[in-house]
Design a protein around this ligand. Structure first.
Ligand code: AMP
Ligand code: TRP
Length: 328
């Protein structure tokens, strides 16, 4: 690694990765890797905060890495690794639990509140999830973390934990910044444009999975909820549904939103949706063809290479942390 900015991000190997994951997070990774040193993690320790089927988890870890590759992450430029291959993630998370993380911080996390609700059987891991995420980021002296909008609160906690440690025990951690897409940081559900598109949505009509058959995706777009009225206008406040579809159209086609609005002036939702359905189907056809090119063996090799390069960096950070704490 050289002295230029370090980028770190990750996705959980659970559920169906969808257009929101791609447009909000992974798409920006692809651009960032052209300029910076990038590290992309498959966060399997995060996945086990809720019960997983072991065979399915094994499969999804590999499939998630394949999705990174098919989206355009170049394994010759960027490092891709499996979180549980580097045990320092769990070790640093424990240390941060003790040195900076407060119960009150974690009780305020909206993702935890959404996922655990009032479930008294929710795991302690689910509660502690943001601290593990902070450890992921801080181990590698990360400068920038490209994620979707729902992760901003976790990034604020990460910054707080780093600052508290540096203040209380001495300088160890770089303070990371969050990086959001200008448009697309929060892709909304197709069945309910007031809530984000989500892997764990009750209905598959909520999302377009990256592995959806193009024909299925086409139907999902045609059936997507629309706003009252019939005009194609971009205004997320009053027209959340059509604005969300315009955002997806813009990000997949590269055509700016203003141009799209002009194109569909006076033509109504039907024409617009038909064209967007085509754009989405084309994107998926192309994406899925790329996805097929990667084998499990290849992914395992990429993981091994990532872990080999990253382990010494993680070790060094933990060593510095332990020295400051009097553990070494
Ligand atoms: P997750 O599915 O929770 O592992 O999220 C992986 C990445 O996708 C994170 O950076 C999220 O912020 C991002 N993401 C998830 N859902 C959306 C969404 N609906 N819109 C934009 N980004 C999203
Ligand atoms: N919590 C993130 C999510 O649900 C995934 C994640 C884990 C992550 N560790 C990370 C993202 C470190 C960025 C950096 O989407």
């Amino acid at each position: 690694m050289n002295t230029q900015k370090i980028i770190f991000s990750g996705v959980q190997p659970t559920g169906n990765l969808h257009l929101g994951n791609y447009l909000g997070a992974i798409k920006q990774w692809v651009n960032l890797q052209k300029v910076y040193d990038c590290i992309f993690c498959v966060v399997d320790y995060h996945a086990i905060t809720v019960r997983q089927n072991p065979d399915q988890l094994r499969r999804q870890v590999l499939d998630t890495a394949k999705i990174y590759l098919a989206c355009g992450i170049n394994p010759k430029k960027s490092l891709i690794f499996r979180q549980s291959d580097i045990n320092e993630h769990a070790e640093l998370a424990w240390i941060l639990n003790c040195t900076g993380a407060r119960m009150s911080d974690l009780e305020n996390m909206t993702q935890y509140k959404d996922k655990a609700g009032k479930d008294a059987n929710a795991s302690v891991g689910l509660f502690d999830y943001p601290v593990l995420m902070a450890a992921d980021i801080l181990l590698y002296q990360t400068n920038l973390v490209p994620v979707g909008h729902d992760q901003v609160q976790h990034l604020e906690l990460t910054r707080d934990l780093a600052k508290r440690f540096n203040h209380d025990f001495g300088q160890v951690f770089t303070i990371p910044e969050v990086q959001l897409q200008k448009t697309g940081a929060r892709i909304m559900g197709l069945d309910d444009p007031t809530k984000k598109m989500s892997k764990s949505a009750a209905s598959p009509a909520n999302f377009i999975a990256l592995t959806d058959e193009p024909e299925v995706a086409r139907k999902k777009i045609m059936r997507a909820v629309t706003d009252s009225g019939a005009e194609v206008i971009y205004d997320p406040e009053t027209k959340p549904a059509i604005s969300n579809l315009l955002t997806i159209y813009h990000l997949l086609s590269g055509i700016d939103i203003k141009t799209l609005v002009k194109k569909y002036q006076g033509r109504g939702y039907g024409d617009f949706k038909k064209d967007l359905a085509e754009v989405v189907a084309e994107f998926l056809t192309d994406f899925q063809a790329k996805l097929e090119r990667f084998s499990d063996e290849e992914v395992e090799k990429i993981f091994a290479r990532g872990a080999k390069k990253l382990k010494p960096i993680a070790k060094e950070t933990v060593k510095n942390v332990k020295e400051k704490l009097g553990l070494l």
